[in-house]
Design a binder for this molecule. Structure first.
Ligand code: SF4
Length: 762
C-alpha cells in the first residue's frame, strides 16, 4: 500500500519587500523550502496591506532557475560553474595581474541600486572601496539623483538629507517629472502612494503634475500641464519670478537662518512667465496661478524627480525646487517638504553649523569631471576605459549593476566592457553586462538574508522600523562574508583570507568610536560591555543592532526602557511606527556658516550655462526658420511601468507576459507628419545610435515628445536569462548620449534626447 505524501506545513513570515523604495510589508507563506504565496501585510502600519505586482513575485525571484547559486569562472572563453575556492583564486589572481601591470587606479568599481536594499553593503562597501585603492567609483546615483545630493550638500550641508514631500499632510503638491503611481515613489518612501494620493482630494488638497506625458499619476491629479523636456528649470524660475514680483515670498520660522534671497531674486528677475512660456509650453496665466497657489496654500510641497534630474540642468532644477519650498515657507514644515528622522540614526541636532560639504576633491582623467560624493559620472565610464594613458581603466568590479543597459550610449559601453582585461561581477544573473565577466560571484537571495531597509527608511514620510530574520537557510556565503572577503582580497590578503577578521574589526571599531565620543548616547560606557550585549547576532546584525540601540529611539543598551533594538523589533513583526516627520531645522544645518545657503557660488556659476541655454532657446523660437535642426527634432523621454524595475526583473514571467510595453509612444500629430502608423515598426535615431520599436500613437504624449521605457534589450549573445530573452524589448540607452551631462553634478542626461523617428518599410 502506498501513502500519499504529507503536505508540508505552511508557515507565514512577515518582511519588507526589498524590490523598490516603497518598503511595503509582505506576508510570505512558505511550505518547506518553497514560497507558496506573497501578499500585502494588512497589519503593517506603514503600508497597510498594499503590494504591487512586483512584490508578489518575491517567491518567483527566489526560485528563478536562472538565478545563480554557485560562482561562474571563465574557462576557455566560457563562463562555467566553479567552487567558491576556485572563484576566489581566480578573483585574487586577476586583480593581482591588473594591479601589477597598471596599478590600482586601473580598477573601476560600479555599484547598482539593488545593493541599497541589503544590509551588508551598507556597512561593508566603504571598507571594500577603501581596500581597493581606486578612486574610480561609479554608481547608479549619476544616472539618477545626483543633482539632489549636490543641492542638499551645498544648501544645508548634508548631501543625504533629502526633502521629502509630506504627502499625508500637504494641501498642495506640485510634482514635476515624477510618476509615483508607476514607480511607487523615489527619494520619497511612502508605501501605497495610490491610496495616499487618493486621500488628498477628500481633505481638499490638490495635486498638480507637470510632465511631457500625461502619466498614470497625472491621470489622478487635479491638474496636469505638459512641459517640454529639459525646460523645467525655466518654468521653475518663472514661478520664483512671480513670487518676488507679487510680494509672495515668506521665509517663516527659518528667516533668520536663510541667506541668498537677493541673489535668487536677481537670477529670476527677467524670467517672467510670458518670456518662458514659448520655451516650456506652459502659458503665462497658468504659471502665475500656480505660483500664487503655492504661496497661498496652508501647506504646499514642490517635488521633482527623474524627469527633472536626468536632464542637462538637473541640478539647477533641483536647486530652484528647493528655493520654491524655502521661499514659500514650506521647507521643514508639516505638509511641506521635511527630512526624515530614521530610527537607526541619532538626532544630534546641536547648534546649526558644521564642516560643510565639498565636491571636486579629484577629477576624472579624460574629461576632468569633478567627483561628487566620492563618485565619478557614469557618462564618463566608457571614455575612461577606452582612452590610452596612465590610469586607463582596465578592470572592473561590478556589483548588482547592469551599465550596458542602464548607462548612456550603451553600445559604446558594451564594447568597452568586452575589451577589459579583467572583470569580477557580484550578481545573481548572467545579463548584458555580466556576460563579459571573468568571474561572477552570486550573492544570497534576499530571502536568505536579514531584512531591514536601512537606506530607504531614511527617506520615509514616517519614522518606521521593521526587522525580519532570514526566511531560508543560505546556499552560499552570507552577503557580509562575500563583501568582507572581496575587501580582503583587494587589499592583497589572498584567496584564503578569513572574512571574520574584517567583521570583528568593523564591529569593534564602531563600538569604540561610539563609547569614545562624549556626545554619543553611550559615550563613556565600557566597550566590552557593549560588545558582549551584541553577541548572538550575525556580523551585520551586530552593526545594525548598534545603530538601532544608539539611535534616537534606541534602548541605549539598557539605559532607556522600552527602546528599540533588534530584539524589540522581533516582538513586532509588522513593524513599529514612530510618527510623521518632525521639524529638524535650523539645528540640522551642517553648512560652515550655519545658514541655509540658498545661493551657493557653485550653483550661481552653473547658472551661466542655464542662461546661455535660455537665450539660445529664445533665439531659436523666434528665428524665421523656426529654430535649429535640433530644436525641430523630436525629444525622447523614458517611462516607468509598475511591473518593471530598471533592467533586472524581466526574467519573471508574470511581470513581462502579455502585450509588449516596450513601444515608442508618439503623439498622433507627430506620427501623421512622419508617416508613422500605430502598431508598425519605426526606427529611432539619435546622435549615438539607432533602435527599432513598435509605434504606439497616444494623445497622452505632448506633441514633439516621444517616449520609450528603459532597461530593456535582452536579446544579446551570452545572456542566461531565458524569460527575459523571450521578451527582449528595445534598449533605450543605445540612444542616450554620454556627451550630454548635467555639468553641475555629473548626472547623465536620459531625458530630452533629440531623435529622428522614421517609418520602417514592412
Ligand atoms: S511597491 Fe515596491 S516595495 Fe511595494 S510591493 Fe511593489 S516593489 Fe515591493
Amino acid at each position: 500500500m502506498t501513502t500519499a505524501p504529507r503536505a508540508a506545513k505552511t508557515r507565514t513570515v512577515h518582511r519588507t519587500c526589498n524590490l523598490c523604495e516603497a518598503t511595503c510589508g509582505v506576508r510570505i507563506d512558505v511550505e518547506g523550502d518553497r514560497v507558496v504565496r506573497v501578499r500585502g501585510d494588512d497589519e503593517d502600519p506603514f503600508s497597510q496591506g498594499y503590494i504591487c505586482p512586483k512584490g508578489s513575485t518575491l517567491g518567483a525571484l527566489h526560485h528563478d532557475p536562472d538565478r545563480l547559486r554557485r560562482p561562474l569562472v571563465r574557462r576557455n572563453g566560457r563562463l562555467e560553474e566553479a567552487s567558491w575556492e576556485e572563484a576566489w583564486r581566480a578573483v585574487d589572481a586577476g586583480f593581482a595581474r591588473v594591479f601589477e601591470a597598471h596599478g590600482r587606479s586601473a580598477l573601476a568599481i560600479l555599484v547598482g541600486n539593488p545593493v541599497t536594499h541589503h544590509l551588508a553593503p551598507s556597512f561593508y562597501l566603504r571598507p571594500l572601496i577603501f581596500s581597493s585603492g581606486t578612486r574610480s567609483l561609479f554608481t547608479a546615483s549619476t544616472v539618477d539623483q545626483m543633482p539632489q545630493h549636490v543641492v542638499s550638500g551645498l544648501l544645508w550641508g548634508d548631501p543625504s538629507a533629502f526633502p521629502i514631500p509630506d504627502i499625508d499632510r500637504t494641501d498642495h503638491l506640485l510634482m514635476l517629472g515624477a510618476n509615483p503611481i508607476a514607480s511607487n515613489g523615489s527619494l520619497f518612501t511612502a508605501p501605497n502612494l495610490p491610496a495616499r494620493i487618493k486621500a488628498m482630494r477628500p481633505r481638499g488638497a490638490r495635486l498638480v503634475v507637470v510632465d511631457p506625458r500625461r502619466t498614470e499619476t497625472a491621470e489622478r491629479a487635479d491638474e496636469h500641464f505638459f512641459i517640454r523636456p529639459g525646460t523645467d528649470v525655466f518654468w521653475l524660475a518663472a514661478l520664483l519670478n512671480v513670487l518676488f514680483a507679487e510680494g509672495l515670498v515668506d521665509l517663516g520660522r527659518l528667516e533668520p537662518w536663510v541667506e541668498g534671497v537677493d541673489e535668487i531674486r536677481a537670477l529670476v528677475a527677467d524670467l517672467t512667465p510670458e518670456r518662458v512660456a514659448p520655451i516650456c509650453g506652459i502659458d503665462a496665466a497658468t504659471t502665475r496661478r500656480e505660483a500664487r497657489a503655492l504661496a497661498r496654500a496652508a501647506a504646499a510641497a514642490v517635488y521633482g524627480r527623474l524627469g527633472v534630474h536626468t536632464v542637462e540642468f538637473g541640478t539647477a532644477s533641483a536647486w530652484l525646487i528647493a528655493c520654491l519650498n524655502v521661499l514659500t515657507d514650506n521647507f521643514d514644515r508639516p505638509g511641506g517638504v521635511m527630512t526624515t528622522s530614521p530610527v537607526a540614526s541619532r538626532i544630534d541636532d546641536r547648534e546649526p553649523g558644521g564642516r560643510g560639504w565639498r565636491m571636486g576633491r579629484w577629477k576624472s582623467r579624460v574629461s576632468g569631471r569633478p567627483e561628487v560624493n566620492g563618485e565619478l559620472p557614469a557618462a564618463c565610464l566608457a571614455e575612461e576605459m577606452e582612452t590610452e594613458g596612465e590610469g586607463r581603466l582596465r578592470a572592473a568590479l561590478t556589483i548588482a549593476t547592469n551599465p550596458v543597459r542602464s548607462y548612456p550610449n550603451s553600445d559604446r559601453l558594451d564594447r568597452a566592457f568586452a575589451d577589459l582585461e579583467f572583470h569580477v561581477a557580484v550578481d545573481c544573473y548572467v545579463n548584458e553586462t555580466t556576460r563579459h565577466a571573468d568571474v561572477i560571484l552570486p550573492p544570497p537571495s534576499a530571502l536568505e538574508e536579514e531584512n531591514y531597509e536601512l537606506t530607504f527608511l531614511s527617506n520615509a514620510v514616517r519614522s518606521f522600523a521593521k526587522y525580519a530574520p532570514p526566511v531560508f537557510e543560505r546556499e552560499g556565503p552570507a552577503d557580509e562574508d562575500l563583501y568582507a572577503k572581496l575587501a580582503l582580497v583587494l587589499r592583497g590578503e589572498g584567496p584564503e583570507a578569513d572574512p571574520v577578521t574584517l567583521h570583528e574589526t568593523l564591529v569593534r571599531e564602531a563600538v569604540e568610536s561610539l563609547v569614545g565620543d562624549p556626545s554619543s548616547p553611550i559615550g563613556g560606557r565600557d566597550a566590552k560591555e557593549i560588545l558582549a550585549a551584541l553577541e548572538g547576532h550575525s556580523p551585520v546584525g551586530k552593526l545594525l543592532d548598534l545603530r538601532l540601540r544608539t539611535g534616537w529611539q534606541g534602548d541605549l543598551f539598557g539605559d532607556k526602557e522600552g527602546g528599540i533594538s533588534i530584539a524589540k523589533l522581533a516582538e513586532h513583526p509588522h513593524g513599529v511606527d514612530l510618527g510623521p516627520m518632525v521639524e529638524r531645522f535650523p539645528a540640522r544645518l551642517r553648512t560652515r556658516s550655519g545658514r541655509l545657503e540658498l545661493a551657493p557660488p557653485e550653483l550661481l556659476a552653473d547658472w551661466k550655462r542655464v542662461r546661455a541655454a535660455f537665450d539660445q532657446a529664445v533665439a531659436a523660437a523666434t528665428a524665421e526658420n523656426g529654430g535649429s535642426v535640433e530644436e525641430r527634432s523630436l525629444r525622447l523621454i523614458g517611462r516607468r511601468h509598475v511591473r518593471s524595475n530598471n533592467s533586472w526583473m524581466h526574467n519573471i514571467e508574470p511581470l513581462v507576459s502579455g502585450r509588449s510595453r516596450c513601444t515608442l509612444l508618439v503623439h498622433p500629430e507627430d506620427a501623421a507628419g512622419r508617416g508613422l502608423v500605430n502598431g508598425a515598426t519605426c526606427e529611432v535615431r539619435s546622435r549615438v545610435g539607432r533602435v527599432r520599436a513598435e509605434v504606439e500613437t497616444s494623445e497622452a504624449m505632448m506633441p514633439g515628445v516621444v517616449s520609450l521605457p528603459h532597461g530593456w534589450g535582452h536579446d544579446v549573445e551570452g545572456m542566461r536569462m531565458r524569460v527575459a530573452k523571450g521578451h527582449p524589448g528595445v534598449p533605450s540607452n543605445v540612444l542616450t548620449d554620454d556627451a550630454r551631462m548635467d555639468l553641475a553634478s555629473g548626472n547623465a542626461v536620459l531625458n530630452g534626447i533629440p531623435v529622428e523617428v522614421v517609418p520602417v518599410a514592412s
